[in-house]
Design a protein around this ligand. Structure first.
Ligand code: FES
Ligand code: FES
Length: 865
């Protein structure tokens, strides 16, 4: 069979004729720009152009493309391509980047057929292309910009990306140096920054580049950032996250908060070394050496680039007690118009994600997981699977049964032929409804409830209430479903070094898992951390239900003869679980005749999250209270005189994991909805009620007032429209107003969201706006449609995007983000907008329809369009 790919004829073995073109491109031809997201035609990550038309390559048998022109992200070229890519680049569209090759090809196809689409046409055309990072508003804008560029007749130059640097592991000597593990200046002038923090779309690399550029006085464009490979240092000496337990971990939106001081200090030290090198080389006092945009100079006319003096600088002592710059001297931090550092490579499909790792002799495995959580393998009939071409082995491991093959498509065919009987002795057999009933029972009975916080006397306060509420809120299991499905790669080298590749938020966990399974010392395990195609909390590599653990077990069973990649299908990722916990909340609260709060009692039941995280669990799970369950309640922004939080840890067999905004994703839905209900009961304006409760929290109060003001709170709206509000102090101080409308068919539209945030000093305003937009669309999709369903007998029914609807372009509202000026240190923004979307929407829904939605997703109650 012969295919024409990017203008070249390529021969492909006929045995792949019926294989989806996606896997022929990726696994047979080694072209990794085309991505896998779902395999069922629901995400379009796999988009290619066939005879100019955007086509889902996972749904196209390779033989159907014979005789046609196939264009992938690697080969796309021409004025439309350049216009689209330039608009994407300058519009800071990209976050994790995994979906973007597909997005840009779809946009190119649109503009080739319709050079001037309107917004409705753009939304309709692009609706099939999922982006879990929520870049839709920027994609829409970028297509408009590209259309204008094309109309101007002056297409931009082709986008180029610097190659990813080949970074050898740091030596023990380098790791001891105060600067080298973080910043190295290369002979070509590149300032290489080693990021302790995984880049998974949140912009951590750009944030750290901004800090370094500022304090080093480097040229921002000379900075290249890499994930700190081999940086698993459990003692935290080098890359340890002091906000997250002291070891290397990315999470809690604390990349900037945790590393702001350290990278400022290290960059200042690197600068001081360069100044000392110039001083010594030129024979001038250090105080007379100027540094600006990567150039050192002296009034005598002497000048040098950083690279010229880097070798001498490395020999200079590192001064102590360097003071970071005053805020008034900032020229990079806070500047508008700075682009992300990782964008070009992602647009061009050149960023190497874990799915793209290809090693000599590597085999690919898919693990078949049980259809019910907790079930185990009873028996395996692998004869039919092993008879499939390309299948090399079938191996039972802790998590299920692995089919190991030459390509993903071979493994998938083997998986379909596999016969497995499951042992349900320890399986979770309850359905979602059954589990919800159990959560209710626990809340209502108070069984095993633990008091997480108690102030004043809630019983007394309730007794004196003029108006009271006693209401339940119910929230489902939620999946992360990042665009890059679960995966990991491992290889045992001849020298006994075990290498693992995983886009993990916690390389230390991966290292521990590798050491445990391989039976080697932890320092013999080298963890490489490629960028992740999203994570949202999923990729903590905890050792249970984790692809790294699976790859290691398989490689070990094959006596380490082959490098092994485990690549989950989307179905198997869902069947691995690790969901946001289901939760049931009960709020009993009251107000007096003046509408002032007299008592607030919050009870809830949920499976705990923290115990699933080694190290962190030790300090986040104490006295049977899981902080990740009660966060948003015990640390809420308000002053409640009589206040009590009681929580019950639910015993259920569904694997639970951190999910973007952790417990706040459910606690704040209940809290902010309940406050709205109290305001209604007291005939009081919801902003006014919150304002009184925020008297001791000036930053959240300011955010509330700004969001309300910019949204026009209090002004009248046309018939059929309404607003709702919610606020939080989660990570930063913020508030949002959601505006909804109802159409003639009774469908609800979310039209506009106004968001205000005080996140301290802003490193890059557009990066903050992008994270807020993405978080809003993430939370909105979950609130509207998100639900993982277990059916009768505990069968996992939700296994792909066909049954797990997420936000698409057609449903996005307009989003306005207002940043509050602040001199406080930077705080987190990656999750900040998630918790308040659902309650603000529910509150708007009540204002619009009089229906109070207390169960998510809302699509159970109303039709959201
Ligand atoms: S549509 Fe092809 S991978 Fe999702
Ligand atoms: S940028 Fe689209 S999925 Fe991350």
């Amino acid at each position: 069979m012969q295919l024409t790919v990017n203008g070249s004829e390529v021969d492909v073995d006929d045995r792949h004729a019926k294989t989806p073109l996606l896997w022929v491109l990726r696994d047979v031809l080694g072209m990794h720009g085309t991505k896998f997201g779902c395999g069922i035609g629901y995400c379009a990550a796999c988009t290619v152009l066939i005879d100019g038309r955007n086509t889902k390559s996972c749904q196209t048998a390779a033989q159907r493309a014979v005789g046609k022109s196939i264009v992938t992200v690697e080969g796309a070229a021409g004025p439309v391509v350049d216009a689209v890519r330039d608009a994407w680049y300058r519009g800071n569209v990209v976050q994790c980047g995994y979906c973007q090759p597909g997005q840009t090809l779809a946009a190119i196809s649109l503009l080739e057929s319709n050079p001037a689409p309107d917004n409705a046409q753009i939304a309709m055309w692009m609706n099939g292309n999922l982006c879990r990072c929520g870049t839709y508003p920027r994609i829409k804008e970028a297509i408009n910009v590209a259309a204008q560029t094309l109309a101007s007749g002056v297409p931009p130059a082709p986008l180029a990306a610097r190659p990813e640097p080949d970074v050898p592991p740091l030596s023990a000597e380098e790791l001891k140096d105060p600067v080298k593990p973080y910043i190295q200046i290369k002979p070509d002038g590149t300032v290489l920054v080693f990021s302790s923090q995984l880049e998974m779309g949140q912009g951590a690399h750009t944030g750290l580049a901004t800090i370094v550029a500022e304090e080093l006085d480097a040229d921002f464009d000379s900075i290249q950032v890499v994930n700190a490979a081999n940086g698993a240092t459990p003692n935290g000496d080098v890359y340890g996250n002091l906000v997250g337990g002291g070891f290397q971990i990315t999470g809690g939106s604390n990349s900037t908060r945790a590393f702001w001081a350290r990278y400022r200090q290290v960059a200042a030290q690197a600068r001081a070394r360069l100044v000392a090198a110039a001083s010594e080389t030129w024979g001038v006092p250090p105080a007379e050496v100027d540094v600006d945009s990567g150039v050192l100079s002296h009034s005598s006319g002497k000048r040098a680039q950083f690279a010229d003096l880097a070798a001498v600088a490395e020999t200079m002592p590192v001064p102590d007690g360097l003071q970071p710059k005053e805020r008034t001297a900032y020229r990079v931090i806070g500047a508008e118009g700075r682009l992300r550092v990782d964008t070009a490579a992602k647009i061009l499909g050149k960023t190497q994600f874990t799915i793209d790792i290809r090693l000599p002799g590597m085999l690919t495995a898919i693990v078949l997981h049980p259809p019910r959580f907790g079930a185990s393998v009873a028996s395996v009939d692998d004869r039919a699977a092993l008879a499939e071409p390309g299948v090399r082995a079938v191996i039972a491991i802790e998590e299920g049964v692995a089919v190991v093959a030459e390509t993903f498509a071979d493994a998938q065919r083997g998986l379909q032929a596999l016969q497995v009987e499951w042992n349900d002795e320890r399986a979770e057999r309850r359905s979602s409804d059954g589990l919800l009933n159990e959560h209710h029972r626990l809340v209502e009975s108070g069984e095993r409830a633990v008091v997480a916080r108690a102030d004043g006397n809630v019983d007394d306060g309730l007794a004196h209430a003029a108006h009271a509420i006693d209401v339940f809120y119910e929230l489902p299991y939620l999946a992360h479903a990042p665009m890059e499905p679960n995966n990991a790669v491992c290889r045992m080298n001849a020298d006994g070094i075990l290498e693992v590749w995983a886009g993990t938020e916690s390389p230390v966990y991966t290292q521990m898992t590798g050491a445990r399974i391989a039976g080697v010392e932890q320092d013999r395990v080298r963890v490489h951390v490629p960028d992740a195609g999203g994570s949202f909390g999923l990729h903590y590599s905890t050792g249970a239900n984790d692809p790294a653990s699976e790859a290691l077990q398989i490689a070990k069973a094959l006596e380490w003869r082959y490098p092994i990649k485990v690549q989950s299908s989307r179905e198997e990722e869902f069947k691995s679980g690790r969901f946001r916990a289901m939760a049931v909340h009960r709020v009993r609260a009251g107000v007096n005749k003046d509408g002032e709060l007299t008592a607030y009692n919050h009870q809830l039941a949920a499976e705990p999250t923290s115990p699933n995280l080694p190290f962190v669990g030790d300090f986040l799970f104490k006295d049977n209270v899981d902080f990740m369950t009660v966060t948003g309640l015990v640390d809420n922004p308000y002053t409640f005189e009589n206040f009590k939080v009681e929580a019950t840890n639910v015993n259920a067999g569904v694997p639970i994991m951190v999910w973007r905004s952790v417990g706040n994703s459910h606690t704040e839905f209940a809290r902010e909805s309940a406050l709205d209900e109290l305001a209604v009961a007291a005939h009081r304006d919801p902003v006014d009620l919150r304002r009184a409760l925020l008297a001791n929290n000036s930053r959240t109060l300011r955010a509330l007032e700004l969001a309300a003001e910019r949204a026009g709170w209090g002004s009248s709206l046309p018939e059929g429209r309404a607003r709702g509000i919610a606020c939080t102090n989660y990570l930063s101080s913020s508030a949002q107003v959601v505006e909804v409308s109802i159409d003639s068919r009774g469908r609800i539209h979310v039209d506009r969201i106004v968001f205000a945030v005080d996140c301290g000093i802003v490193l890059n305003p557009d990066l903050v706006r992008a994270q807020v937009e993405g978080g809003i669309l993430w939370g909105l999709g979950a609130a509207a449609w998100g639900e993982v369903v277990l059916g009768d007998g505990g069968n996992i029914l939700t296994q792909n995007f066909d049954r797990y609807p997420v936000m698409r372009m057609q449903s996005i509202p307009s989003i306005e983000v207002h940043l509050i000026e602040s001199t406080e240190p930077p705080s987190g923004v990656g999750e900040v907008s998630v918790p308040t979307v659902a309650p603000a929407l529910a509150n708007a829904m009540f204002a619009l329809t009089g229906t109070r939605i207390r169960r998510l997703p809302m699509s159970r109650t109303i039709q959201i369009f």
